[in-house]
Write a protein that binds this ligand. Sequence first.
Ligand SMILES: O=C(O)CCC(=O)C(=O)O
Length: 389
Amino acid sequence: MVSRQFLNKDPSIAEYAASMAEYQREGVERLSSIDNRGPVVFDVNGMLDQPILDAYWEQGFYIFENVVSEQEVAELRAGIDHILDGAPTHPGATIDARGRPAFGQQFKRNPYIFIKPLSDPWGGTRILNGRHPSKMIEPVPDDDAPEQVVHLINGMCQAMDAGLRIYGHPLLLAIAEAINGADFVPYNDVVFVKQPGLGGSVSWHQDGVTHWDSPDWDEGIHGFNFQVQLYPCTAGNGLWVLPGTHKQGKIDIKALIKDNGGSEQLPGAVPLTCNAGDVTIVNRQALHGSFANASPDPRVSLTFGFHRRKSILGVRGGLSQSGAEVYDEQRIFDRSTVIALAIDARQQYYPGESRFAYQPFAGLEDNYRWDKDKFDELLLDYNLKDLSI
Ligand SMILES: O=C(O)CCC(=O)C(=O)O
């Protein structure tokens, strides 16, 4: 068992990678036996193909292949590189490594969340409503590792033009509609950055915090997250999911790990391996997490989710910063304008692509045209209005 093996000392990167090898091999094999992957396919009525939906609802995840073109992936990578290049030298600093003003200081929510390399910032803490009850193994970084690395980037729709455009991708919005209904609403967005030999872990958790005891509870009530993958995902750098757990209600994660001899290598889990340009989707109730990136491969995952409208309307935001907001019609509408703007920004950039028709804004399209000159009025600080349950 890993935790026992390393009981008295944190492992080196090489020791940790070696301890994961067999688990990773089994996980990859298990994933291929489930085979929840393929292109986005629509039926003759233009609806997402039912077998895809069935596969998603059965396992709680799906890997959509070849969704984002190479050109768009390149633009998204360039956007992320620009943001990382402009990161403050350390948390709280106002200049970047080249002495320039750090990127994004005009945003009310700091774009950057730093962590110690290879660490697990949330496991075993009360952060994010305590939904990560157990701590992952934290391998020891190499001597030349920086003190802190960027773990998350907030606000991709305002931080890079390509980030707004991907949010309006017609295939992704069609998937959101098929799963959450035509009046679906946004959740939040965040970019996970896992540099090779530095990226931290996200300990096992279920995302939702609000509706576990609801009389209307079902397997879709907490929505889902997309992850647009900008680099290939492997068993070493990727997100892992325990298939089917979205149907089980709230899981006692601590007990699960205890019953596994204290090991975070939970049996039955699968790594969502895929190529750059693929988009993975995970039910927010599925038990999932990622290990410290002891692999030689980077991962950057643009993560954004959607909900059923009825899961949000009139609900107190259990994961929101204040925890005291009740999401009314106006709040939902305000946050949803980002979808309308993103659709329009995308259409202006890719005029030949079919435009997604977002039902809550039907007839209002002219009021939500994207105009970069009106950035402050239209988009600035949109992420203070996230709908987080
Ligand atoms: O991508 C990761 O490593 C973690 C993602 C995650 O936990 C989430 O989206 O809730």
